[in-house]
Design a protein around this ligand. Structure first.
Ligand code: FAQ
Length: 310
């Protein structure tokens, strides 16, 4: 009966046994995972655009090769995540179309422009750094296919974070002009990166249920705090600062305290009114349309092979 199924599911969650694709699960659990994993997948593929903007203008061949590898990794992450979402019974094409139609979200951070080369170092260092803090927690998410995808993604993400920090380090040790460029990039990305972790716990509608289901293991605010604690010493090592006058070490708490986040900015971006929302979706729609001949060709090839086999 449904009650027995529910009891079995609850027992597994309580015992930290992974839920697998063929296991019974409450429909709300399934739908919530499709939402989160789908948005996560969309973030990976939309997230390729800001950095791809600098591939043709990377300052050296080495920087170009590393950045190319990173951007390709993000495409791979998108594919693992779309596959994980498909194990829940959704259609990849359907959720992709929803993203193109602006009906499914992707991370707010990718709606900010990359104005100069320093932004690329700062994205690798701060954006991938924030993504790791969030994704390490998701390696223990209760849904097996999602958790396992996260393990591989985190390994690649830590390489991304290091390449970003190393690029930032080169600029921090460079000319006055390079230092100023780096500081400017940090100033622009700092607050949007803190917003990646989602609204504060008091305004996060999905958190309570997702924590009860052990999809989320830590709250949005806990992970944001962990990121700040990790990152401030790195800022200091570079001789850079955060654009936050309230940022200070709280000895008693063992944490860095930081200033108030402008939540209206996050909500504006999420609603589609950020600086680059329109441009990002346009680029993705164009890529989808331009790729039609590849999909048609692959389909014709598959049909021909099937006919030959028959
Ligand atoms: N942007 O109730 P909550 C990467 C939405 S890293 C946009 O707190 P939840 C790596 C939220 O979806 C970035 N929307 O929701 C990379 C919900 O809307 P809905 C991707 C946001 O799910 C680096 C509503 O607000 N990482 O891609 C944001 O419990 C460089 C209420 O929020 C992930 O997606 C936001 N920042 O917690 C790639 C991680 N925050 O669905 C390329 C997986 C919240 O009701 C280059 N996701 N919203 O319409 C998660 O961990 C969670 O979904 C959270 C949000 C923590 C993002």
């Amino acid at each position: 009966t449904d009650a027995q199924h529910q009891q079995h599911f609850d027992d597994k969650i309580a015992a930290d046994t992974a839920i697998e694709a063929k296991d019974w699960m409450p429909d709300a659990y399934r739908q919530n995972l499709i939402r989160q994993i789908g948005q996560h997948a969309h973030s990976e593929v939309v997230g390729m655009l800001p950095e791809a903007n600098w591939l043709t203008r990377a300052p050296t061949l080495r920087r170009k090769a590393v950045l190319l590898a990173k951007v390709q990794d993000e495409a791979g992450h998108g594919l693992y995540l779309y596959s994980a979402a498909e194990t829940l019974g959704c259609s990849r094409q359907e959720i992709y179309q929803k993203m193109l139609d602006g009906k499914m979200k992707y991370s707010s951070i990718f709606n900010y422009p990359t104005l100069n080369w320093a932004d690329i170092g700062v994205i690798g260092w701060l954006v991938d750094g924030a993504a790791i803090v969030n994704q390490v927690a998701l390696c223990r998410a209760s849904y097996g296919p999602y958790a396992r995808a996260m393990v591989k993604i985190c390994k690649e993400e830590s390489f991304h974070q290091r390449q970003g920090y190393e690029a930032a380090m080169a600029m921090a040790n460079g000319s006055e002009q390079q230092k100023a460029m780096l500081q400017d990039a940090i100033n622009r990305f700092w607050w949007p990166v803190l917003m990646m972790f989602g609204p504060s716990d008091t305004d996060s509608p999905h958190s309570a249920q997702s924590m009860a289901w052990k999809i989320k293991r830590h709250s949005n605010d806990e992970l944001r705090q962990k990121f700040v604690d990790n990152t401030v010493p790195q800022l200091e090592a570079l001789g850079m600062t955060a654009p936050d006058a309230d940022l200070a070490w709280d000895e008693a708490a063992g944490h860095y305290r930081f200033g108030a986040i402008d939540w209206s900015e996050l909500y504006e971006v999420i609603k589609g009114r950020g600086q680059c929302n329109h441009e990002r979706l346009q680029a993705k729609r164009r890529a989808w349309d331009d790729g039609a001949w590849v999909r048609e060709g692959a389909l014709a090839h598959a049909k021909k092979n099937a006919a030959t086999a028959a």
